[in-house]
Design a binder for this molecule. Structure first.
Ligand code: SAM
Length: 243
């Protein structure tokens, strides 16, 4: 049946995503710098700047992986604030933990293994939630957005940083060649793992475009949703509020 097919596909996606991130965890940061030519750092800084984060606030870095955003937030919220790095994948969490501890960031960070679709936090817990390059990997994105809405405090904001759709036709073509030909080749060469980076390219292609994601945030209950294209729409930062 159609329902049966969907269930199998969802289970397959969950185990495939788990396999991909167990496999890439150790080389994740190096590959990020390499594949984006360092530009992911600028996208992440922009996200922090748009978050309006202030000292003392409580932040959830969902699908936080190796903790780039957590590190930036940790410094901004200071000793009276708190950052929770949540990720479904133990390998990614462990790499993140080690990295942040090496950076000397220990006092205001906690680590939680959790699925974005069913967050293990009380209602109205966080001032800010970010999910960077994570929503794409989640099987039931609508459930995840509802779960984020629930744990966000009234007045709080959600920021979704994710690959999106290039706004120019020529860029779209260049980017297709890059992601479907070059990316898997780099993955093979540097990480000896062509398949994970093939998945990356395919998951980017499948992900909802700017307007669709905005609509999904509206449906989940977020108010005043908007988005900002970065690098010609290769990436977009979506923002929404809970009122
Ligand atoms: N946010 C980090 C960054 O920007 O560098 C890591 C992004 S990484 C591409 C995607 C992360 O999403 C992985 O660490 C993966 O384990 C996590 N993830 C995938 N599915 C998830 C889910 N359902 N719930 C929580 N995290 C998930």
């Amino acid at each position: 049946t159609h329902f049966g097919f969907k269930t199998v596909a969802a289970e397959e996606k969950v185990s495939m995503v788990a396999g991909v991130f167990h496999s890439v965890a150790a080389k994740y940061d190096v590959m990020n710098d390499l594949m984006s030519m360092g530009i992911h750092r600028l996208w992440k800084r922009f996200t922090i700047d748009c978050s309006g984060v202030r000292p003392g606030q409580k932040v959830l870095d969902l699908a936080g992986g190796t903790g780039d955003l957590t590190a930036l937030f940790s410094r901004r919220v200071g000793p009276t604030g708190q950052v929770v790095l949540a990720d479904i994948n133990e390998s990614m969490l462990n790499v993140g933990k080690d990295k942040l501890r090496d950076l000397g960031l220990v006092n205001n960070i906690s680590y939680v293994q959790a699925n974005a679709e069913a967050l293990p936090f009380a209602d109205n817990s966080f001032d800010i939630i970010t999910i960077a390059f994570g929503l794409r990997n989640v099987t039931d994105k609508d459930a995840a957005l509802r779960s984020m809405f629930r744990v966000l405090k009234p007045g709080g904001r959600l920021l979704v940083l994710e690959f999106s759709k290039p706004t120019q036709e020529w860029l779209s073509k260049v980017y297709d060649v890059y992601s479907f030909k070059l990316l898997p080749a780099i993955g093979q060469l540097v990480a000896n793992d062509r398949e994970s980076y093939q998945y990356l390219a395919e998951s980017i292609r499948m992900h909802p475009d700017q307007a669709t994601l905005q609509q999904m945030m509206d449906t989940a209950g977020f108010a005043q949703t908007s988005y900002h294209n970065l690098t010609g729409g290769i990436v977009a930062l979506h923002r929404g509020y809970k009122f």
